[in-house]
Design a protein around this ligand. Structure first.
Ligand SMILES: [Zn+2]
Length: 281
């Protein structure tokens, strides 16, 4: 079961009194619950929000958007009431203009503690499409190189943070970042019987879904190269990635066969084998 993740960039509700709220609270257990209770008591509906508590900071930040339309509190009154709570250090509120409020208070955007930019899948496929239009089949090389570099870069950060041995042994979990980032709903199937290889099952892969929309029967170029860069950097070995089934060609999902040298595959295979039910029992 997967649940959609909403990145709260802007809210628009004509005729409603919306606001973006950022509260800094002392980082103690239950701090957000105390604020939450106060917000509910003021008859204010929370639309979306997130809590960020970074150690060793002594404060946590709770950011959320609210609808104040049905509350008797003004933006000013709402803020003052929250400031009266002893655990609250600061409250910043940006009210909506004509029902529109954009989250400008939180910057920079961080992913794993590093700078990130949020890009819509449509915008990315539009960029890639432009390359196909301009360069024809030559676009494949440009997209391949670009995506491989991106995959390699992501893996480099993983190796820096976790170490290569740990990353190799937890490739299955790490491939989950493709799901977390919205590329596709990804599952990994280790193959260990005849030749060393993995199969990456990618459901709803954004790239091939876009090809279907544009009626282009073209297999993945971007994602395939991204995986190659990612896996090669994690294993420190050359990998081959082939898309053996594709949504854009009428397949149920996109699946990629990843082959890497046997020696590099050993830990993953061992883990997969360990999970196999024992035929003796
Ligand atoms: Zn595909």
């Amino acid at each position: 079961m997967r649940y959609p993740r909403n990145v709260d960039v802007w809210e628009y509700a004509p005729g409603r009194k919306l606001a973006e709220v950022v509260i800094r609270v002392k980082s103690v257990r239950g701090a957000v619950a105390v604020c939450n209770k106060a917000v509910a008591e003021m008859g204010v509906s929370i639309l979306d929000g997130s809590v960020a508590a970074t150690r060793p900071s002594r404060t946590a930040t709770w950011s959320f958007s609210v609808d104040l339309t049905d509350s008797s509190f003004s933006v000013k009154g709402f803020r003052e009431r929250l400031l009266r709570l002893p655990i609250v250090e600061s409250v910043q509120i940006v009210p909506s203009q004509d029902g529109l409020v954009v989250d400008e208070q939180r910057f920079p955007v961080l992913w794993g503690g590093r700078r990130a930019v949020i890009l819509r899948a449509d915008a990315l496929t539009e960029m890639v499409d432009r390359l196909w239009d301009v360069f024809g089949t030559g676009a494949a090389t440009i997209i391949d190189q670009m995506a491989e570099a991106m995959g390699r870069h992501s893996a480099k950060e993983v190796v820096d943070d976790l170490g290569r041995d740990f990353a190799k042994d937890h490739l299955e979990a790490l491939m989950g970042t493709y799901t977390a980032l919205g590329f596709a709903d990804v599952a990994l199937e280790p193959g260990w019987s005849s030749e060393p290889r993995l199969t990456v099952h990618a459901r709803q892969l954004f790239e091939c879904q876009a090809n279907i929309k544009r009626k282009v029967r073209r297999r993945s170029v971007f994602f395939r190269a991204h995986i190659r860069g990612f896996v090669e950097e994690i294993y420190g070995a050359e990998a081959e990635v082939e898309e053996v089934q594709c949504l854009a060609e009428g397949g149920e999902e996109c699946s990629f066969r990843v082959s890497v040298p046997a020696a590099a595959m050993a830990p993953v295979q061992a883990r997969a084998k360990a999970r196999e039910p024992d035929p003796q029992s």
